[in-house]
Every structure is written in C-alpha cells, then in structure tokens.
Ligand binder design. Structure first.
Ligand SMILES: Cc1cc2nc3c(=O)[nH]c(=O)nc-3n(C[C@H](O)[C@H](O)[C@H](O)COP(=O)(O)OP(=O)(O)OC[C@H]3O[C@@H](n4cnc5c(N)ncnc54)[C@H](O)[C@@H]3O)c2cc1C
Length: 263
C-alpha cells in the first residue's frame, strides 16, 4: 500500500491490490476495502517522514473511480450500448475484422499490446496501465468501435464489472464522461518503453520475444524485415503504422465533431 503510487503503473511489478474480482463478485464490499485504507492511513500518520499517506490516498482514489463509474451507469444505463458523449456526426469507425481479430489474439506486432491481450487470454486479467494501452490501440490505431473491445473484455475478464469496463472503454475512446480528449492518443511504443523498460512483462506473456534485447523489443516498429527475422522470427511485424493511424484517428474525430479534417 505504501508504494502504490510509485508501483501501480508498472505491469511487471506486483504493485496493485488484485482486489477487482473480489469486489466485482461482492466477496468483499467496497466499504470494507475503504475501511482498510483508513486503517492504513492511520498507520501512515506514524510515518510522517515518508509519502505513505499519499500512497494510501492514491489507492482511495481508485476506489473512488469505481464508485464514479457505478454512478454514471446507474444514472445513464444507455451507456452500455451508446456513447456517453454526443458528437455532431456519427464516428466513422473503420472496424476492420482482421485487425480486430489480430488484436484479440495478441498478434498486432506491438509488443506491449500483445502482452496485455495474451495476459487477458491466459489469466482472465490485465494490468490497468495495459488495459488503457490496448484500449487506446483498438480505438485510435485500429479505429475500431470501443464496443468491440468492451464486449471482448466482458467475455474474458474475471473481474468484469459493467460500470468499470464501460467507463474504461469510453474514456479510452474519447466518448466517455471524463473522456481522454480525442487528440491525446497513446503511443504504444513509448508506453511500453516507459512502463516496461526491461520488457519483463512483455517477455512473460509473449514467448517469441523472450531473450530479445529490450531496445530491440521497444524499437520493433522501426526494424527492417531482416532485422525482425533475425531477432524474433516468430513474432509478427506491426499490422499498422502508428503515425499514419494517429493522423487517421484525428481526422475521424474531427469529422465527427463537424470540423474540416484538413484544417
Ligand atoms: C478499458 C478498461 C476496462 C476495465 N474494465 C474493468 C472491469 O471490467 N472491472 C474492473 O473492476 N475494473 C476494470 N477496469 C479498471 C482497472 O483496470 C481494474 O479495476 C484494475 O486493473 C484491477 O486491478 P487491481 O484490483 O489490482 O486494481 P488496484 O489498482 O489495486 O485498484 C483497487 C480497486 O480500485 C478499483 N479501480 C482501480 N482502477 C479503476 C479504474 N480505472 N476504474 C474503476 N475502478 C478502478 C477496482 O475495483 C480495483 O480493484 C478497466 C479499465 C480499463 C482502462
């Protein structure tokens, strides 16, 4: 608990509570979880020289997100199928079935995305930072409607919770309440480099990349076909070009906003 703020974003670390499935199924109530944080807060007061209290507060903040999305769903049940945020025009999702299938299989050629999707397949769980990365990738790189991702997570996650899943997806797709602004698009390479610098999480879930130098893993999109074949012959090349798709995503959202994408 006292290292939560520092560790929570790094999927190779054991830095989060793994309480989500217990909360989702009511095996532990959120009040009970919150009461435990209050005890931790009292213990933090005995360690004024550290940032222990900030860590507890950060954790309480995540429980608050859960409450927030529960309220959003309660007051707006239509979000299960509809965008929360209204755009002037329909968002023209690309929805390429082959790209969506590659994403589900964890074979996009973007290592951190594939590691996340395979963790989901193997463990029925995915680390929160990686959930954000794969959700951004599906909606902003593959330009696929968030409902494809929401449905896949609903089928696969052991901690599935309609409100949290929906809130997470609509946030990532820039269609939600406190939505990620449409022009902020995660870069899957820099996210991987920042949050899994030694590519440990990637190696754990993507066996084709085990033993490959982390710089090579994080630079996978820049390698030539020969370099890729030498480094990890079984691992796929990127299925899309992130820079091109970023521009396409910006244009797609501008059109939805009724703006001229060329301006
Ligand atoms: C696209 C997407 C889909 C998601 N789908 C689900 C889902 O179906 N079920 C689910 O419980 N969480 C979901 N989350 C939120 C979050 O990823 C998980 O709650 C978290 O990874 C669970 O691990 P943990 O218990 O170790 O979390 P911790 O970091 O230890 O957090 C403690 C608790 O706070 C709550 N919490 C943490 N982060 C969030 C968040 N961003 N939003 C809402 N509540 C949060 C959870 O109940 C969690 O168990 C989703 C996030 C995204 C981006």
């Amino acid at each position: 608990m006292f290292r939560y703020e520092e560790d929570r974003d790094y999927p190779a670390r054991d830095g989060t509570s793994r309480l989500s499935a217990f909360l989702a199924y009511g095996e532990i109530g959120v009040r009970e979880a919150y009461a435990a944080t209050e005890r931790a807060m009292a213990a933090a007061a005995d360690r004024p020289e550290t940032d222990a209290a900030d860590n507890v507060e950060e954790f309480q903040g995540q429980l608050a997100w859960r409450e927030f999305y529960t309220q959003v769903l309660f007051h707006n049940p239509e979000v299960v199928t509809e965008n929360y945020k209204e755009y002037e025009e329909e968002i023209e999702w690309r929805d390429d079935p082959e790209e969506i299938a590659a994403w589900k299989r964890g074979e996009t050629g973007y290592p951190i995305v594939d590691a996340g999707m395979r963790q989901l397949r193997d463990e029925a769980y995915m680390h929160n930072r990686v959930r954000m990365i794969v959700a951004s990738f599906l909606t902003k790189d593959l330009l696929a409607d968030w409902r494809h991702g929401y449905g896949h997570f609903r089928e696969r996650l052991a901690d599935h919770d309609t409100a949290n899943n929906n809130g997470g997806w609509q946030w990532a797709a820039s269609t939600g309440t406190d939505a990620q602004p449409y022009f902020r698009i995660f870069n899957p390479m820099t996210q991987g480099e920042r949050y899994d610098p030694e590519a440990e999480y990637i190696a754990e879930h993507v066996p084709e990349l085990r033993g490959v130098d982390p710089d090579v893993v994080h630079g996978w999109h820049e390698l030539s076909p020969t370099q890729r074949a030498n480094a990890a012959p079984e691992y796929p090349a990127p299925i899309v070009d992130h820079s091109e798709r970023r521009e396409a995503a910006l244009a797609m959202f501008k059109r939805a906003r009724g703006e001229d994408p060329d301006e």
